[in-house]
Write a protein that binds this ligand. Structure first.
Ligand SMILES: Nc1ncnc2c1ncn2[C@@H]1O[C@H](COP(=O)(O)OP(=O)(O)O)[C@@H](O)[C@H]1O
Ligand SMILES: [Mg+2]
Length: 236
């Protein structure tokens, strides 16, 4: 069997906010390896460092100590165009998704699609199809003020996925969703991971969704407290 490189490789990663007396360390000695196509859920109490870790992997912060390699990019060394290239391969779903008030659901996703080079002719079809998969087929021409919180969240998810990223980084993407829409989003992530080899790293505090992932990583006080496979083969 061919040995594939990990999608994400984190070694001895620390992170502190502030400097001198105000310095506060929030991540300690993080070691984590994620395989391509793996769906990892990261959980843990509020303030345990989950968002900080995700933004480091997303290259929204620069690593201070330790090594961080993600989908073939050494994030300690990445600058300029390399950084832009790396970010364009990500689908980042933020905890606070800001949709432009003037854009309809379709236009929001289209704007994201237009930012990525794409030789495909049928972009409009793909946008409609993705919005449809996320249960927004009837809402494509609605602006945010006419969408519920959960619908807006799903527009933000469509916006992050339309360019078929290699790595999805999602910070509590289902927090505003009911059970049915949570299931829709998790199924979409699972399918992208299984069929397209997309690696997914998702933060959630909702224990009901843990089993959707291949793996559950728990952070407590800035350290990895546990790291376990969730769908190991079941006994017959
Ligand atoms: N920009 C920041 N400046 C200073 N401290 C921060 C900043 N962002 C987060 N923190 C602190 O870092 C710790 C971890 O925060 P965070 O990564 O947001 O945790 P989580 O996502 O698990 O709730 C918390 O103590 C938080 O107060
Ligand atoms: Mg957070």
């Amino acid at each position: 069997m061919l040995q594939t490189d990990p999608a994400i490789q984190i070694q001895g990663l620390d992170f502190s906010f502030g400097r001198e007396e105000a310095r506060k360390q929030v991540l300690f000695e993080i070691n984590l390896e994620v395989a391509p196509g793996e769906f990892v859920i990261m959980t843990g109490p509020s303030g345990s460092g989950k968002t900080t870790l995700l933004t480091l992997v997303g290259a929204l912060r620069r690593p201070q100590n330790g090594r961080l390699i993600s989908i073939g990019h050494d994030l300690n060394a990445l600058r300029g165009i390399g950084l832009e290239e790396y970010r364009s391969q990500l689908g980042f779903i933020f905890q606070l998704h800001n949709l432009f008030p003037a854009l309809t659901a379709f236009e929001s996703v289209q704007m994201s699609a237009d930012l990525h080079p794409d030789p495909e002719q049928n972009k409009a079809d793909r946008i409609s199809q993705l919005l449809g998969q996320l249960g927004l087929g009837e809402r494509q021409d609605y602006r945010p003020d006419r969408l519920s919180g959960g619908q807006r969240q799903r527009v933000a998810i469509a916006r992050a996925l339309i360019h078929q990223p290699d790595l999805i980084l999602a910070d509590e993407p289902t927090a505003a969703l009911d059970a049915e829409n949570t299931e829709i989003v998790l199924n979409l992530f699972r399918r992208l991971a299984a069929e397209q080899g997309t690696t997914v790293m998702m933060i959630t505090q909702d224990a009901r969704v843990f089993e959707a992932a291949d793996r559950l990583v728990q952070l407590v006080d800035g350290r990895i407290h546990s790291d376990q496979n969730t769908n190991a083969p079941q006994a017959p």
